[in-house]
Design a protein around this ligand. Structure first.
Ligand code: XUL
Ligand code: CO
Length: 452
């Protein structure tokens, strides 16, 4: 096992993960569970280092706040950094644990909700004070380690006040409260140099249309996004805003249903320049889409901002947020991403949680190592398929007829319905051409074993 010394300044007063000193790349023949088999940060694929392709980020909420509690019972996960009764000290301990973990993993980014960093206070003033205190501490840790914020966000769904929504709430006083909270979240995101800012609208939707003015609520949402954008720009924020689509849960229906719905919304309210999408694998499947579908929709509009990496469960319908390991799914997505300009501003955030019964502290390492290796392998395989196989040729040949005269005229808008009719009367029944889906699928399966 390759052990590197970690500068003591990066570890807090207490070492929370003494069982691991550092995780580094050892190659696919290594059997060290604390080593990367495929993720080699410096390795260049398609002109960019793996590190820059992915910008892997840890999700503060799942990894350092989540105890494994579910609707049926409290959390069994031991959280030694959550023991101090003083909220500020507890937040600092949590941050020590987070930075120790990220440093040992070689992770360069993290993502947070405001009240992941520190518990919400009894009122806005107390919350503001707590956020400022922890942001000062975070800034120091960031400067010492070089770790950065991929995106920040505000939790507008956990507190009971948001039970009817935040920006889309039927009560203006809740909308204003959400505004106060987002202003604070933007301020600390800017202070911490966050590269992007996310809106996930868990309760921006409805439970029943009977009591809901849907049109007005969506207008409220657009107004709120516009105000947040204008405020952040005024304060010097240069990054992108991301909307994270999800069809439902906790709302029965969420307005940001899927990539196509959000793109239509952003276009309607003229927000597409500043707002891109943060796509989550398990949200795609909840919307009855493949992840590749959502990625393709975003890429086609130049709006693939970032992704929340995870996976759902094949049998359960809900958002299980498991760590990603579906290679077929990831290779397909990476093939699309490689054919685009990559993420617009964002990267790969592990919005994934350990299973409730994964209670060893080292499980957090296995989970992230597996996820990062799955993406790294997918990148290597996707690049190889695109460069070495007949994939692109096969796909382009399906559309060959559009390279010919009539096809070109059609695409240029030079034909009328009458022309299509004359063409077909002359041609007769078109020849059947196979879509060859199985052959395409075999390509991915084959290349998954030609990865070296
Ligand atoms: C919930 C979800 C959120 C967002 C951030 O399904 O994905 O954690 O990523 O609010
Ligand atoms: Co997410």
């Amino acid at each position: 096992m390759a052990h590197q010394t970690i500068a003591p300044v990066l570890i807090g007063k207490q070492e929370y993960f003494p069982q691991v000193s550092s995780v580094s790349f050892e190659g696919h023949s290594s059997s060290n569970p604390f080593a990367y088999k495929f993720y080699d940060p410096a390795r260049v694929i398609a002109g960019k280092s793996m590190k820059d392709h992915f910008k892997f980020a840890v999700a503060y909420w799942h990894s350092f706040c989540g105890t494994g509690a579910d609707p049926f019972g409290s959390g069994p996960r031991p959280m030694p950094w959550l023991q101090n009764p003083d909220p500020i000290q507890k937040a600092k301990d949590k941050m020590d644990a987070a930075f120790e973990f990220m440093t040992k993993m070689g992770l360069n980014y993290y993502c947070f909700h405001d009240f992941d960093l520190v518990e919400e206070g009894s009122d806005l003033q107390v919350s503001r004070y707590r956020l400022e205190s922890i942001a000062d501490y975070a800034l120091e840790k960031q400067e010492n380690s070089g770790i950065k914020v991929l995106w920040g966000t505000a939790n507008l769904f956990s507190h009971p006040r948001y039970m009817n929504g935040a920006a889309s709430n039927p009560d203006f006083s809740i909308v204003a409260y959400a505004g106060a909270q987002v202003k604070n979240a933007l301020d600390i995101s800017i202070k911490l140099g966050a590269e992007n800012y996310v809106f996930w609208g868990g309760r921006e939707g409805y439970m029943s249309l009977l009591n809901t003015h849907m049109k007005q609520e969506q207008e409220q949402l657009a107004r709120f996004f516009t105000m947040a954008r204008d405020y952040a720009r005024k304060k010097g924020f240069k990054g992108y805003f991301f909307i994270e689509p999800k069809p439902a849960e906790p709302s029965k229906h969420q307005y940001d249903f899927d990539a196509a719905t959000v793109l239509g919304f952003l276009q309607k309210y003229d927000l597409l320049e500043d707002f891109k999408l943060n796509l989550e694998v398990n949200h795609a499947t909840l919307a009855q889409h493949t992840f590749a579908h959502e990625v393709q929709v975003a890429v086609d509009s130049g709006a693939l901002g970032s992704i929340d990496a995870n996976r759902g469960d094949e049998q359960n319908g809900w958002d299980t947020d498991q760590f990603p390991n579906n290679h077929m799914e990831l290779v397909e997505a990476m093939m699309i991403i490689l054919q685009s300009d990559g993420f617009v501003g964002g990267g790969v955030n592990f919005d994934a949680k350990l299973r409730r019964n994964s209670t060893d502290l080292e499980d957090l390492f296995y989970a992230h190592i597996g996820g990062m290796d799955a993406f790294a392998k997918a990148l290597i395989v996707a690049d190889k398929i695109l460069r070495e196989s007949d994939y692109l040729k096969m796909k382009n040949e399906r559309y060959q007829s559009f390279q010919e005269e009539k096809g070109q005229q059609f695409l240029r808008g030079e034909l009328k319905m009458e022309d299509l009719s004359i063409y077909s009367w002359n041609q007769g029944e078109p020849e059947a051409k196979s879509g060859k889906q199985e052959l395409y699928e075999n390509l991915i399966a084959e290349y998954l074993y030609r990865f070296i």
